[in-house]
Design a protein around this ligand. Structure first.
Ligand code: PEP
Ligand code: MG
Length: 939
């Protein structure tokens, strides 16, 4: 006869049958497995047994218990009676049980549970005598009748709640606690009447019938509407079925030698190694949770019940050791006897997650690798940015301070006064020393000074890779973009959402972590990396994992066998210093054009653009050269010994010119007012800007195209890079410059430009009489470059995936407009699972990358490969880069710690399987003839 029922102590039998602990969890459900495991560990768990998921699945086919199940339940019940010394249905010493659902995966509140089974009119009388507590017993009985009606017979809660509310109203009671024993007794009769009226027969007095019906009800609840919907959402198989746990009821409200409580084995908010918990004497579990009475801290139990306290501390220490994690336990003390009702891994804050993981590794409870895997990149993220107070955030909707929601572009919390243009924002920050939030429909390069001066940035348009988002992340400024509900009225210096209006200078709070915006000042909490010693330790361990030379399998020649390195995108020495202090080991992208916007340089840049001759351009560029040399000098110094990738100018030139519409307005105004002073120059400027106009500037005269059209700019940049590198070398600094050519589409472009630049590099080294390592390479951000990567690698010594543009061009979605227009709808409709500008699209963009690496390394096995698009700081995209063979990822300095952890996670999750050398293999081993290349595994 098949075994359908297992007593809690029959864990060995269950394991033998199921073959593994995973199998036990399948058979007995998660809760059941936990109870069995605790019983085995000698923890006092109320005796009980579990009816298997296999029985449930049989029942679901026939709506009948499978042959033998009920008899086995009765036998198990006898064993429980023996263990407890109580008898099911015996008024003199009754055993009450609960009947709890429990599937393999936790489905909280989705299935049925019935408590206090075993009570009937006679048992109630007996229990009253035993406990001397009629109020308690009548309350249990009315709960049982109610639960039976609603869960076993699917009656509406209302059929019981209505008469109860009426009763309380008649008596003038507000709370259940005001109900007396007589009140509950009277309600039991009412409930029995209700039960009969709706179910058609009396509430079953036969306790075995109760148990049978309750077991069936739990089985049935597997296919309840709620449960099916939950499984669909969570992707849990509908075939698993639920187990039924039948557990002896224990009561903490049997007098002052009884009690109940909840506790965490370590502090769930700080991670400190001290027990944290609450308990109440003479109370039920719900009383602690509901906070009806002020609970006592767990330490007080030491004086109130020293023996129980000692036992409790011993058990919880053992449980923590057994599960090798912080435990969240529920317990009840019934007449001086301690019972453990549940133990599970406790939920915790990010801070506590890091501290517990590091402490446990240091205590030898877990390995360093396990510690790394216990902390999520999101945990690290939240530890590095100021955060809004959780409670204040959750109250915002209620108290009307919630304003709008947009894309969470750059994490962290910012509180400041709203200003609607960059100049005002900067002035208010610098001169008035205000905390400022810059609010714009979108931002452009000439808004950067306002952004830098701001605590946070908010835009109503744009997406995750819009200018505002990229720049904000780079500088670690909290930023929400594309909050399209907000109407910004630049003329009136105000913004509105419905009837709520925020005028210039009023306070707002921007949460870049969740994308939410609030009116007024929201309280924040702010951390710093240097002070977080456990986090520093964990990140060091993460780096050690990635540095291991056996952590990645190389599918072909030249592929890295160590994990990913983490580099940073940084334009200025102070960003580079921060990047290093956050653990970056290289600069993966320095966007040189940002330097052109500095106030003393912009006029020179504009002169250069407006020059009609090469000589005129060279003259202006000669003035820019010392500035650029100084910029690069600072970067090399900050990154002493590490590679620094400097990207040559990328954006279209019109971005450096005054705004065409604004200039036109000025010209018209001057003409209307008949002002001639300066009019001619402005008109000429306007004509020049109009001449530069392009319908699709992102696909126009930019990147390498601009360099071929106007090589003087990049020639000056390369000279500045190499002069700075030479000067630094002479000062004893180790430089590793890497010059990056953007937006390459064909190797012919590199063939045209690269030799000219290399000649300058060689010339500078000759002039300065120094030698140092350097590379010339390209960004891969145009699909054609990826497809023809084998050719491109003939020239390029390194690739860096510019996945912002590569995503834009692969999907054909404008990175500046897609979020505002259709991307959110696409996600809502399930057309896109994730925003491809935030999380790399593995199936399309990712495939191009994988191909480009393979083809590139066929040409040049030691090809260095990185990524510098926004995806370089996103954990899922980092995992992809690990899988396809990147050498490094590069992201904003503030995301470096997150990327370090994500890189280690990728390495640990995909470490090469050790090949077992079996005897058979030894005999049959032959040289491989198949040409199949080992393929990267994909999620
Ligand atoms: C990219 O396209 O991914 C990139 C890094 O370049 P930018 O964002 O400056 O276009
Ligand atoms: Mg780009």
């Amino acid at each position: 006869m098949k075994k359908w029922v297992y007593l809690f102590e029959e864990v060995a039998k269950a394991e033998k049958y199921a073959g593994s602990w995973e199998g036990v969890r399948n058979l007995l459900g998660g809760k059941g497995a936990g109870l069995f495991d605790m019983t085995r560990a000698g923890v006092p768990v109320p005796p009980g047994f579990t009816v298997t998921t296999e029985a449930c699945n049989e029942f679901r086919k026939t709506r009948k218990f499978p042959a033998g199940q009920w008899d086995q339940q009765l036998t198990a019940l006898k064993a429980v009676e023996k263990q407890t010394g109580k008898k099911f249905g015996d008024p003199k010493n009754p055993l009450l049980v609960s009947c709890r659902s429990g599937a393999k995966f936790s489905m909280p509140g989705m299935m049925n549970t019935i408590l206090n089974i075993g009570l009937n009119d006679k048992v109630v009388e007996g229990m009253i005598k035993l406990t001397n507590n009629p109020r308690f017993v009548w309350d249990l009985y009315r709960r049982l009748i109610e639960m039976f009606g609603t869960t076993v017979f699917n009656l509406d809660d209302e059929v019981f709640e209505h008469p109860m509310a009426e009763y309380k109203e008649q008596k003038g009671y507000k709370l259940d606690t005001e109900m007396t024993a007589e009140d509950w007794q009277s309600l039991v009769s009412t409930f029995k009447g209700v039960f009969k009226k709706h179910v058609g027969f009396d509430f079953p007095q036969d306790v075995y019938k109760q148990l049978e019906l309750a077991t069936k009800a739990v089985f049935e609840s597997w296919n309840g509407k709620r449960a099916i919907a939950y499984r669909n959402k969570e992707g849990i198989s509908h075939d698993l079925g639920t187990a039924v746990n039948i557990v002896t009821m224990v009561f903490g409200n049997m007098g002052n030698d009884s009690g109940t409580g909840v506790a965490f084995t370590r502090n769930p908010s700080t991670g400190d190694k001290t027990m944290m918990g609450d308990y109440l004497l003479n109370a039920q579990g719900e009383d602690v949770v509901a906070g009806i009475r002020n609970a006592d801290p767990i330490e007080h139990l030491q004086s109130q019940m020293p023996k129980v306290y000692k036992q409790f501390m011993g058990i919880t220490a053992r449980l923590e050791k057994h599960y090798r994690d912080m435990q969240d336990v529920e317990f009840t003390i019934e007449r001086g006897k301690l019972w453990m009702l549940q133990t599970r891994n406790g939920k915790r804050t990010a801070k506590s997650a890091v501290k517990i993981a590091v402490d446990m590794a240091n205590e030898g409870l877990i390995t360093k690798e396990q510690a790394i895997l216990r902390v999520t990149p999101e945990n690290v993220d939240s530890l590095l940015h100021p955060q809004f107070d959780d409670e204040a955030m959750s109250n915002a909707e209620k108290n009307g301070t919630f304003f709008a929601k947009g894309v969470n572009a750059s994490p962290g919390a910012a509180v400041g006064q709203a200003y609607f243009d960059a100049d005002t924002a900067e002035r208010m920050a610098k001169e008035e020393k205000q905390n400022v939030i810059m609010v714009r429909p979108f931002t452009k390069p000439d808004d950067v000074h306002g952004m830098i001066a701001s605590q946070g940035v908010l835009t109503s348009e744009g997406g995750a890779t819009s200018h505002a988002a990229v720049v904000a992340r780079q500088f670690g400024i909290p930023c929400v973009v594309g909050a399209s509900a907000i109407k910004i009225n630049l003329g009136e210096r105000a913004m509105t959402v419905g009837a709520t209006i925020v005028k210039e200078g009023e306070w707002i709070s921007v949460d870049g972590t969740t994308g939410r915006v609030f009116v007024g000042k929201m309280p924040t909490i702010s951390p710093s990396l240097e002070q977080q010693t456990e986090l520093l330790t964990l990140l060091k361990w993460a780096d050690d994992i990635c540095a291991r030379k056996d952590i990645r399998e190389a599918p072909a020649k030249g592929y890295p066998v160590r994990g990913l390195q983490v580099w940073a995108n940084a334009d200025y020495p102070k960003d580079a210093r921060r990047a290093r202090s956050y653990g970056a080991v290289g600069i993966g992208l320095c966007r040189t054009e940002h330097m052109f916007f500095e106030p003393e340089r912009l006029p020179i840049v504009q002169d250069m653009i407006l020059s009609e001759t090469s000589e005129g351009r060279t003259e202006a560029l000669n003035k820019l050269l010392p500035y650029q040399r100084k910029d690069f000098d600072g970067l090399f110094e900050a990154m002493d010994g590490y590679p620094v990738i400097i990207r040559l100018i990328d954006p279209p030139l019109h971005e450096f010119m005054p705004d065409e519409e604004k200039l036109l307005e000025e010209v018209i105004t001057m003409r209307v007012k008949n002002e001639s002073n300066g009019l001619k120059e402005k008109q000429e400027l306007l004509t020049a800007i109009k001449g530069m106009h392009e319908s699709n500037p992102m696909m126009g005269m930019r990147g390498v195209r601009l360099s071929i059209y106007m090589p003087e700019i990049v020639e000056m940049q390369v000279r500045a890079i190499f002069e700075a590198a030479a000067d630094c070398t002479l000062r004893g600094i180790v430089v590793k410059p890497e010059v990056m050519i953007p937006l390459t589409g064909t190797v012919k472009e590199l063939e045209w430009i690269q030799p000219r630049l290399e000649r300058i590099a060689a010339a500078v080294m000759d002039e300065k009489k120094v030698k140092f390592e350097y590379k010339f390479g390209t960004m891969i951000e145009i699909p054609r470059a990826a497809v023809t990567a084998g050719e491109v690698a003939e020239r390029a010594q390194f690739f860096s995936f510019g996945t912002n543009d590569l995503t834009q061009m692969t999907y054909g979605y404008s990175r500046d407009d897609a979020e505002r227009n259709f991307l959110i709808t696409y996600q809502e409709q399930g057309i896109l699972e994730k925003n491809p500008f935030q999380t790399l699209d593995r199936g399309g963009v990712g495939k191009l990358m994988e191909w480009a690496i393979a083809e590139g390394r066929k040409t040049r096995p030691n090809l260095e490969v990185g990524i510098c698009g926004e995806h370089g700081g996103d954990p899922s995209s980092i995992e992809w880069c690990h899988l396809i063979g990147n050498n490094y990822v590069s992201c904003s300095p503030f995301r470096v710690p997150i990327a370090r952890l994500a890189a280690a996670h990728s390495a640990l999750k995909h470490r090469p399987q050790k090949k077992a050398v079996t005897a058979k293999k030894k005999v049959t081993a032959k040289p491989k003839t198949s040409k199949t290349k080992s393929k990267v595994t994909k999620k």
